[in-house]
Design a binder for this molecule. Structure first.
Ligand SMILES: CC(C)(COP(=O)(O)OP(=O)(O)OC[C@H]1O[C@@H](n2cnc3c(N)ncnc32)[C@H](O)[C@@H]1OP(=O)(O)O)[C@@H](O)C(=O)NCCC(=O)NCCS
Length: 131
């Protein structure tokens, strides 16, 4: 399947890093569980900024791996808050990979939606502050 080259959002990613051999699965691609962990961190950063407190992940609503990620790809995680409730924040996370530095392309590799809950210092859910 041809890679779908995309234009990433104009805003800054919340997380950006280069993938390493330690992050691979037995086939040599980047392990899906590693991607899921980074997506959870990226969405959690955006949610905690909005909540102005720690947050806990309460649900992974959707998660789609669209293209494999390779060692050496530069991976950027973009987070957008799409919904807030009384205590919860739902975040879309878009993951793009920049590959082939000699002839660079940027492709969409993962899309996910997660919901976080704002927590107080005791770990109990708390109401979101005004934005
Ligand atoms: C997060 C936690 C404190 C929420 O407590 P709770 O009593 O279950 O909370 P509620 O059922 O009242 O739900 C809280 C909010 O989350 C939302 N929510 C709960 N389950 C959800 C789901 N499956 N999908 C989407 N939203 C969900 C509720 O709609 C509510 O939102 P609102 O206040 O904005 O209306 C508790 O479930 C918990 O500690 N879970 C474990 C968290 C964790 O360990 N995460 C993994 C590591 S970070």
């Amino acid at each position: 399947m041809a890679e779908q080259i995309i234009i990433p959002p104009a805003k800054a990613p919340v997380l950006r890093l280069m993938t390493m051999p330690a992050d691979t699965n037995p086939a040599g691609d980047i392990f899906g569980g590693w991607v899921m962990a980074q997506v959870d961190i990226a969405g959690g950063i955006a949610a905690a900024q909005r909540a102005r407190s720690r947050v806990a992940t309460v649900a992974v609503n959707s998660f789609q791996f669209k293209q494999p990620i390779s060692v050496g790809d530069v991976v950027s995680f973009y987070a957008e808050i799409v919904k807030t409730g009384r205590t919860s924040i739902t975040v879309d996370v878009l993951v793009v990979a920049e590959r082939h530095p000699e002839n660079p392309v940027t492709v969409k590799v993962t899309e996910a939606t997660l919901t976080y809950v704002a927590l107080d210092a005791n770990g109990n859910k708390r109401e979101l502050p005004q934005p």
